[in-house]
Design a protein around this ligand. Structure first.
Ligand SMILES: Nc1nc2c(ncn2[C@@H]2O[C@H](COP(=O)(O)OP(=O)(O)OP(=O)(O)O)[C@@H](O)[C@H]2O)c(=O)[nH]1
Ligand SMILES: [Mg+2]
Length: 202
């Protein structure tokens, strides 16, 4: 898919306020600092549409970006940020779980996993929750340029092993680097296929 146009649309504090225009949307979520905003910018070929921060925990709302005037990318606040109060964490949970459970236009959640580190319990638990809530999702391994290929592959294999303790098969997976544009074409054609189906069915 060619990205002809992209723009920040708006931010919402809860799912009931999100757009009601029936456009298909794709949510990006993962641990704080996993590279969500960078990936969104990379996909949309924009330098700083989604705000990239060295400070984790910056994205606190449900952020919408409109793409080619026909579908949305949704940047969700990262989980697992240590320096956040219990009440903030509960608020996060309500907002994110509410969004994922109730959002009918959500076609697929992209769950971002850092390819430079060993499997993290918090990611695995979140994925198990998605399964229980029956949210369709795929896995995106991020920052693949940071480690040697063999090391990235080893981490990905460990992640698969850990996930397959609770799952019978892996969902679709994408290996990405926002610096090197790795995985861009793959993710955009994935979205294009689902969008085509979505608009055909209307
Ligand atoms: N080497 C490398 N660094 C990356 C990549 N993607 C993101 N980073 C860096 O990782 C840090 C976090 O990136 P963000 O895109 O802000 O991550 P985020 O998940 O949106 O973070 P929060 O919104 O704060 O939760 C930044 O310093 C980025 O420059 C990548 O593909 N390769
Ligand atoms: Mg971000």
């Amino acid at each position: 898919m060619e990205i002809i146009h992209s723009d920040y649309s708006a931010s919402y504090p809860k799912v009931t306020l999100c757009p009601k225009d029936g456009k298909p949307e794709y949510a990006f979520i993962g641990r704080s600092n996993v590279g969500k905003s960078s990936l969104i910018n990379m996909l949309l070929d924009r330098v700083d549409l989604a705000r990239v921060s060295k400070k984790p925990g910056k994205t606190q709302m449900i952020n919408y970006y409109i793409v080619n005037k026909e579908w949305y990318i949704v940047d969700l606040p990262g989980y697992g940020y240590a320096k956040i109060s219990k009440s903030k964490r509960a608020e996060w949970r309500r907002m994110i779980e509410g969004y994922l459970q109730l959002r009918e236009n959500l076609q697929c959640a992209f769950v971002l996993i850092d390819s430079n580190i060993k499997p993290q319990k918090i990611d695995l638990e979140f994925i198990d929750w998605l399964g229980k809530a029956r949210v369709p999702f795929v896995i995106v391994y991020t920052k693949a340029d940071r480690s040697k290929t063999a090391e990235t592959e080893a981490n990905i294999n460990l992640f698969r092993e850990a996930m397959l303790e609770n799952w019978t098969e892996m969902p679709q997976e994408f290996v990405t680097s926002s610096n090197k544009l790795t995985g861009r074409d793959e993710i955009l054609s994935f979205v294009e296929d689902i969008n085509r189906q979505y608009f055909d069915d209307l």
